[in-house]
Ligand binder design. Structure first.
Ligand SMILES: Cc1cc2nc3c(=O)[nH]c(=O)nc-3n(C[C@H](O)[C@H](O)[C@H](O)COP(=O)(O)OP(=O)(O)OC[C@H]3O[C@@H](n4cnc5c(N)ncnc54)[C@H](O)[C@@H]3O)c2cc1C
Length: 760
């Protein structure tokens, strides 16, 4: 017996006593780990380090502290912000005729003037610099509202308020630059654009070929030290009309005019449009969406040093500046635009489902249609919850790089799904273009959101889990730093901490799995969704353990295993999306009528997380690691299911209820045009009239069926029923008007040959 226990005791002593473990194990292991570590370049390191870790860290830990989430206060809109939303934003929306914008290939001059005058371009610029000084919540709400009416207008407003000259100047600009530009940017006197992308540098933006050489030249008639810039940028939003152009380029100093270094690194500068040699003005045509977008080029364009954003001290810091801004901004613009699109789809298909009748029934009665409706409605709830939570984090001072990447990638995909459903449900009426078409223009523009600010394939497979693991894992970043610094003591601390963390998560995952999560303690604040919280906690532990099995067995090679990291990303992202949904339900005070939506999303999330992990474990090359993760995390297999038919029905019934309360709550962010407006305005009018006359219509239909009312047309039946005193005159009038409104709402445009030839 003693002979058996001795090796165990020796192992425990070595592992448990750092003074023994460091020379015997860690000094040897650090060398092996160093070989496994992929080389992390400077730009990659900066991208990995940008931003902060927030609630995502909890989800990654395997033991989320749900109370932290429910205690977190999401900033509400201030009175000023709410007034801006109800006033100028509503007014702008009423001025936007997206069909007309498509025909003229630009916003009308009156709209440009209104946008500038009301400082839509200055939402993120503080009041002391002449801007609106809005919170992320308000900025996001404004973008969501405009995008529901016009994608072109939304992008035009969005770009100066996201990653670009305004934000860069605010954070890094010199006083003189701030004084010169910020007030003019806020009032639209200056229109900014920012050029990072190049023909050979899209996703791999840090590898641009644009370059600047420190040189003497002449500026405003004076010989001065500056930079000779050569660049070729493309896809630059607002470039054709920009008055000030932000550029990223690599700066070199071969003649050592600034110091000893040759390569000074990526640097950012702002060039006024009038800069000699700047070639600008041509337009790309992104999916026919007529927002301004085009190339910017120049050869040996001379600029003075004070065009560098932040001046000389910021030379070489360009990449860090961009990544730091992106870590917050990515979570606002495109997620808000996506919510606008999803809410538009929800609003339109819930109306069309009632107004459009086929086979003698409103199409919302058909289960095939209901399945798509439920998916759209519930995802719209989840998307808005995620938008709100992520903007809330930014307002709380976070720069949540991983949460914002999740929000960008998964909400733009959510918008694409919501619009696909919308197109399929509205069918011919969504396909035939014209002033009444609600979806065609935003539907064709949706790939733009998928591609910009980090294309989704890359964001899912490289950033969400890749960056997420390094930033959110409690030990990984310390391990990498220790390996790179060859610090055995720090490595020892991190790696053994990591091993204990993995062991604890494995045991926790197993404990939760065999008890089906029933013993997970759930804070009082989430009681109404106790079972879902227990399941999500269980899945968080299983995810964390499976992530460690991948990280420990593959090491740095996991970075290139995008099949796996994409699936890990899905599991991680759905944990975040589900937690945002729970947070929304909590902050709304657990409204009973919203329960079907919340239940649906959480069921879906649990299914998606399980499926993603199932895929990981089926494909992890190290089968022993996969077996361990499966045995501890899913000893009884994978049983989570998609939302049931009953759940679909409950969601649709909740949204289609006559009181319209859930429908309203799901679509509060968007603008609803007046009843006379072609498209959503007329459809809403038909919907309202149909709901209001439902009882009278039922009565009339019954009388016609029984033969008490006769007539070949509705008009004849109504006249008969009124004459026979079977129907009130007012009801008859309302019924007829509702019928006419429905007829109007389902019509599509038809063009003369000449008009059709002119159509854009
Ligand atoms: C309408 C529009 C407006 C834009 N506005 C601006 C602007 O104002 N300023 C600006 O600087 N840029 C702008 N862009 C550029 C935009 O950010 C880039 O298009 C984007 O970064 C992707 O580059 P790319 O199109 O060259 O795709 P590529 O880099 O060629 O990528 C092609 C595909 O490969 C995938 N991919 C690439 N690398 C990896 C990887 N390692 N792992 C997995 N997948 C990968 C991508 O996800 C993508 O799906 C705009 C683009 C468009 C279309």
């Amino acid at each position: 017996m003693t002979s058996l226990l001795l090796p165990v005791a020796a192992a425990v002593a070595v592992l448990g006593i750092p003074a023994l473990r460091r020379p015997l194990i860690s000094s040897w292991a650090i060398g092996i780990a160093g070989k496994q570590l992929p080389t992390i370049g400077e730009t990659e390191r900066i991208a990995l380090e940008a931003g902060t870790v927030w609630w995502e860290g909890d989800l990654f830990s395997g033991k989320p502290n749900w109370r932290k989430l429910t205690d977190f206060k999401v900033r509400e809109l201030s009175e000023d912000e709410q007034e801006f939303l109800n006033g100028p934003t509503e007014k702008l929306c009423s001025m936007l005729d997206d069909f007309d914008i498509a025909q003229r290939r630009d916003l009308p001059p009156a709209v440009w003037t209104f946008i500038k005058k009301n400082k839509f371009f200055g939402m993120i610029i503080p009041k002391e610099h002449g801007g609106l000084g809005f919170s992320a919540a308000a900025h996001s709400a404004v973008v969501a509202k405009i995008s529901s009416v016009s994608f072109t207008a939304a992008v035009t407003v969005m770009v100066p308020n996201s990653l670009g000259p305004g934000e860069l100047l605010l954070r890094y600009g010199t006083k003189a630059q701030k004084d010169h530009y910020l007030r003019r940017l806020a009032t639209g006197e200056e229109i900014p654009c920012f050029g990072l992308t190049e023909p050979h540098a899209g996703s791999d933006a840090a590898n641009g070929k644009s370059f600047g050489v420190v040189a003497h030249g002449t500026h405003n008639g004076k010989k001065t030290l500056g930079i000779k810039l050569t660049f070729s940028k493309r896809y630059i939003t607002l470039a054709p009309v920009a008055t000030v152009v932000g550029l990223a380029f690599r700066l070199t100093d071969p003649n050592h005019l600034l110091g000893d270094a040759d390569d000074l690194g990526i640097t950012l500068a702002l060039l006024p449009r009038k800069t000699k040699g700047l070639v600008i003005g041509k337009r790309h045509d992104p999916m026919g969406a007529p927002f301004q977008n085009g190339p910017v080029e120049g050869r040996e364009v001379f600029i003075p040093m004070d065009y560098i954003i932040g001046g000389k001290p910021q030379i070489g810091n360009g990449w860090r500046m961009l990544m730091e801004c992106l870590s917050a901004g990515r979570g606002i613009s495109l997620p808000s635009l996506s919510v606008g699109a999803a809410q538009l789809s929800t609003r339109a298909i819930s109306a069309y489902g009632l107004v459009r009748e086929q086979f003698g029934l409103p199409i919302a009665k058909f289960e095939g249609v209901r399945e798509r409706m439920a998916d759209t409605f519930a995802n719209t709830y989840m998307m808005n919850a995620t938008r709100r939570l992520t903007a809330g984090a930014v307002d709380a001072g976070e720069h949540p790089s991983v949460a914002s990447a999740i929000a960008k990638a998964y909400l733009t995909e959510g918008a694409r799904a919501a619009l696909n459903n919308g197109m399929d449900i509205m069918a011919g009426a969504a396909i035939c273009k014209g002033p009444k078409n609600i979806f065609a223009r935003i539907y064709s523009a949706i790939p733009i959101g998928i591609t910009v600010e980090g294309a989704n394939i890359l964001t899912r497979s490289l950033i969400v889990f890749g960056q997420g693991a390094i930033r959110c894992h409690p030990y990984l970043q310390d391990e990498v730093a220790a390996i790179q610094g060859k610090d055995v003591a720090a490595f020892d601390k991190a790696i053994f901490g990591h091993l204990w963390h993995t062991t604890r998560n494995g045991l926790r995952a197993f404990g939760h799995a065999v008890t089906f999560g029933h013993f997970v303690s759930v804070p009082e604040s989430l009681r109404p969704y106790r079972r879902h919280v227990q399941k999500l906690t269980r899945l968080s532990a299983a995810f964390a353990f499976a992530a460690d099995m991948g990280l420990l067995s593959l090491g740095g090679a996991l970075k290139r295993k995008e099949y796996l990291s994409g699936r890990y990303a899905d599991a991680f992202a759905w944990l975040y999306l589900a937690s945002a949904t729970l947070k929304q339900a909590h902050d709304d005070g657990f409204i009973p009528a919203h329960k079907p939506l919340v239940d649906w999303v959480l069921t879906k999330a649990e299914y998606e997380i399980e499926q993603a992990l199932k895929g990981v474990l089926a494909n992890l090359p190290n089968r022993l690691a996969a077996w361990k993760a499966r045995a501890l995390g899913f000893p009884f297999g994978f049983h989570a299911a998609q939302p049931t038919d009953r759940q679909n029905d409950k969601v649709v019934d909740a949204v289609m209820a006559d009181d319209g309360k859930v429908r309203e709550a799901l679509t509060t962010e968007i603008a609803i045009p007046d009843a006379a407006s072609p498209g959503l305005g007329q459809l809403e009018d038909a919907y309202r009239r149909t709901v209001a006359t439902a009882e009278a219509r039922k009565k009339l239909t019954k009388m016609v069926r029984l033969g008490t009312v006769e007539g070949a047309t509705l008009e004849a039946q109504l006249a008969f029923a009124v004459d026979a005193k079977l129907l009130d005159k007012t009801d008859a009038k309302a019924l007829f008007e509702a019928h006419m409104a429905r007829d109007e709402a389902i019509q599509v445009a038809a063009f003369s040959k000449e008009d059709h030839a002119e159509l854009k």
